[in-house]
Design a binder for this molecule. Structure first.
Ligand code: SAM
Length: 299
């Protein structure tokens, strides 16, 4: 390549010794591996990856001779000193994950932070990421958004996180495995109401890519009829801020009182008004209980 062309493309020799390269790899479609990522993975001194057998196939297809070191959530802390010693010895090191951008819902951030603390240069070679790919194809607001990754498994933390997500006004992105999808959709329906906008992105970049929505209710119905399989990312529309501002406590109480007078329970009243206004169900429920009369009845 002549100098002028290199300058236009802003290319320069890589990998450089002593540098940690955080390399994005495809989330399904191998055509998404960038020429820069290919070149670095082919020439780098060593590669850290979650599963050496799985990533070995990709690395061998690039004719890379770099040795692979496993780096996953079960050996994160014990492996970091070895990987840093490679950088210290002047080797170049690439970090990849099973798919997508390392550091997004995997232990990549710990290696990057340790490398920076030791004064090593870290360069990210960007590539596909399921979160942004799902967000952009969802049609939901992308000006401001929150990445939630996988929700906590423990009941208490999960409940708290779901409540935070329910009152979040920005678009939220959630990762989930197929065998927990139905449970998550039911939890989201309970916390946010069925009509909250939602798109489930399935098998992004692959032959059977699918987008299922447009609401929590319709996605729930679809997956009750079709067994969830493959890789899934959820994009959830935010709670409506404008409506929240229009409702002060006395209006909210009056609306919940009307539901209770119609025979609904306190729980149902909080759920319905949460769905309507975007206020968190928990806060509404607490508001109801703060206003018990002398006999302990609500109002
Ligand atoms: N580092 C990856 C990234 O940049 O997206 C994410 C790794 S995380 C361990 C794996 C989760 O990402 C999956 O459980 C799924 O929620 C999501 N995911 C990965 N590939 C996907 C795909 N092709 N379609 C939809 N979601 C995907």
């Amino acid at each position: 390549m002549d100098f002028k062309k290199k300058e236009i493309l802003n290319t320069y020799p890589e990998p450089v010794n002593g540098v940690l390269y955080v390399v994005g790899t495809p989330i399904g479609n191998l055509g998404d591996l960038s020429p820069r990522a290919k070149s670095v993975l082919k020439q780098v001194s060593a590669i850290a990856c979650e599963d050496t057998r799985y990533s070995g196939k990709l690395i061998r297809s690039l004719e890379s001779k770099a040795p692979l070191f496993s780096f996953h959530r079960h050996n994160t802390q014990s492996r970091i000193p070895k990987l840093l010693s490679l950088l210290k010895d002047g080797k170049s090191l690439a970090l990849i994950s099973d798919a997508g951008l390392p550091g997004i819902s995997d232990p990549g951030e710990h290696l990057v932070s340790a490398a920076r603390k030791e004064g090593h240069e870290v360069i990210c070679i960007p590539g596909p990421c399921a979160a942004t790919t799902a967000l952009i194809s969802s049609g939901l607001p992308s000006e401001r958004f929150c990445f939630e990754g996988f929700l906590p498994i423990k009941r208490k933390q999960r409940k708290e996180r779901l409540e935070m997500i329910a009152s979040e006004t920005r678009t939220s992105i959630i990762y989930e495995s197929p065998h927990r999808l139905l449970q998550l959709l039911e939890e989201l329906s309970q916390a946010c109401g069925d009509s909250r906008p939602l798109q489930v992105a399935r098998e992004l970049t692959k032959r059977h890519e699918q987008h299922i929505g447009p609401t929590i209710g319709s996605a729930l119905k679809y997956f009750e009829e079709h067994q969830p399989i493959g890789e899934l990312t959820l994009v959830l529309g935010g709670a409506i801020r404008a409506t929240q501002k229009l409702h002060d406590n006395s209006t909210l109480l009056a609306e919940m009182k009307a539901v209770i007078e119609d025979g609904g329970s306190a729980n149902e009243a909080a759920r319905m008004i949460s769905k309507k206004t975007g206020h968190s169900k928990r806060n509404l429920y607490n508001l109801l209980h703060k206003t018990k009369n002398i006999d302990g009845d609500i109002f």
